[in-house]
Write a protein that binds this ligand. Structure first.
Ligand code: ADP
Length: 373
């Protein structure tokens, strides 16, 4: 609705008619005081305000309106017969007006202005609607995300205890059955152990996610021999894989950090390199020292590769490349945990990949304890 404020009833009448003929709802007020009462009670998208009125003049009305949060954004067009002087027009804008029309005005021009304000008002309404819808959707997504994190945390804690007992009992069983020299029993138990190991790693990853989310992941940092740790990581992966891990280039280095956690990153890079390379024959690994005194590790595979446009998302939580997700098992959390571990060592990580030719996952971490640690 539009409010016209003018102390001359004929002016009110003629302007009201023009606007109503063009489909606008119109309300009128014959004085500044009357206008203020109406403005506080009703909602208007535009106020057309006469400047010269006995009692409260148009400028005073505008200044008062701009002081209330409910009304401060209502656009005002001033109508004035006398004050065509620049300083009055300036005062009109300063008191909150958005336009200034001098009488006698051309009704067509005024109508065009009113229509423009109406369009702006509608666009504003639309924007506000979109904004509040977006806010609700974001918030509900955050809530769902929190619930999911909570569930993961509880479920993985609950799963860990029985799994640890099962692993213990299977190992006891394997030892007790050794004396029967039955090869097939030993085979089955070894396979059971292998699968239990996978399950333990999976639960470990889920627990890590919860710890990262709650800011509770802890690092036991000290100087460690990088090469010794790397050989241990390679051995762990090689034990269960036929694909050959070739240590191409290495450097001797003492690195400050949590060796177990860095080993976890390397194991993740290596198992991914093998997993995402059907008929994998070789995976290459190399290390070097950068000019910035960092250890730089690269794991190169010759597998399926990753399309360029998806590479930046790989380190996000639960992200998996859609086209290959059904072919390869996984949860999409290994790289997320890896990147968090590297970040907490003040390092960087990334990938270079060519679809169909293979990928190279890398990380760099400072050799020495930095002042930030
Ligand atoms: P997961 O392997 O359990 O899905 P990760 O977080 O380790 O989880 O990896 C995220 C995604 O990155 C994988 O689902 C896969 O799409 C892609 N990816 C990771 N490593 C490789 C690789 N070496 N070659 C091709 N794709 C890879």
């Amino acid at each position: 609705m539009i409010l016209i404020v003018d102390d001359t009833p004929e002016n009110l009448f003629s302007l009201k008619k023009i606007l109503e003929l063009n489909g606008f709802d119109v309300d009128t007020a014959e004085s500044g005081e009357d206008a203020l009462k109406k403005i506080l009670k009703n909602s208007y998208f535009l106020i057309i305000l006469d400047v010269q009125m006995p009692g409260m003049d148009g400028f005073e009305v505008a200044e008062t309106i701009s002081g209330y949060s409910k009304t401060k954004d209502i656009p005002i067009i001033f109508l004035s017969a006398v004050n065509t002087d620049k300083k009055f027009i300036t005062k009109g804008y300063a008191s909150g007006g958005l336009d200034y029309v001098t009488k006698p005005f051309d009704p067509d021009i005024l109508l065009l202005k009113v229509k423009t304000f109406y369009r702006l008002y509608q666009q504003n309404l639309e924007l506000t609607k979109i904004q509040s819808a977006l806010l609700i959707e974001i918030e509900s997504r955050k809530e769902a995300e929190n619930k999911k994190d909570e569930f993961i945390s509880i479920a993985s804690h609950e799963l860990k205890t029985p799994l640890t007992s099962i692993i213990g009992y299977v190992q006891l069983l394997q030892r007790s059955l050794k004396k029967y020299e039955d090869q097939s029993v030993d085979n089955y138990l070894s396979r059971t152990n292998l699968q239990l190991g996978k399950l333990r790693n999976l639960i470990g990853d889920l627990l890590d996610i919860s710890k990262i989310e709650n800011g509770k992941i802890e690092f036991n940092k000290k100087e460690f021999d990088f090469n010794a740790m790397l050989s241990s990581a390679i051995d762990i992966v090689q034990q269960t894989q036929e694909c050959v891990i070739i240590h191409k280039k290495s450097v001797e280095a003492q690195v400050y950090g949590d060796g177990m956690r860095i080993e976890q990153v390397i194991i993740n890079y290596l198992t991914n390199a093998i997993k995402y390379s059907p008929e994998c024959k070789e995976v290459h690994i190399e290390t070097s020292i950068t000019a910035q005194h960092e250890i730089h590790l690269k794991v190169r595979d010759f597998g399926i590769g990753i399309p360029k446009e998806l590479q930046s998302q790989l380190f996000e939580k639960f992200y998996r490349v859609e086209e290959s997700a059904t072919r390869f098992q996984g949860l999409g959390i290994g790289l997320y945990i890896s990147s968090e571990i590297i970040k907490r060592h003040h390092g960087t990580c990334g990938v270079v990949s060519d679809p169909g030719k293979g990928s190279q996952f890398w990380f760099k971490i400072p050799l020495k304890k930095s002042s930030k640690q």
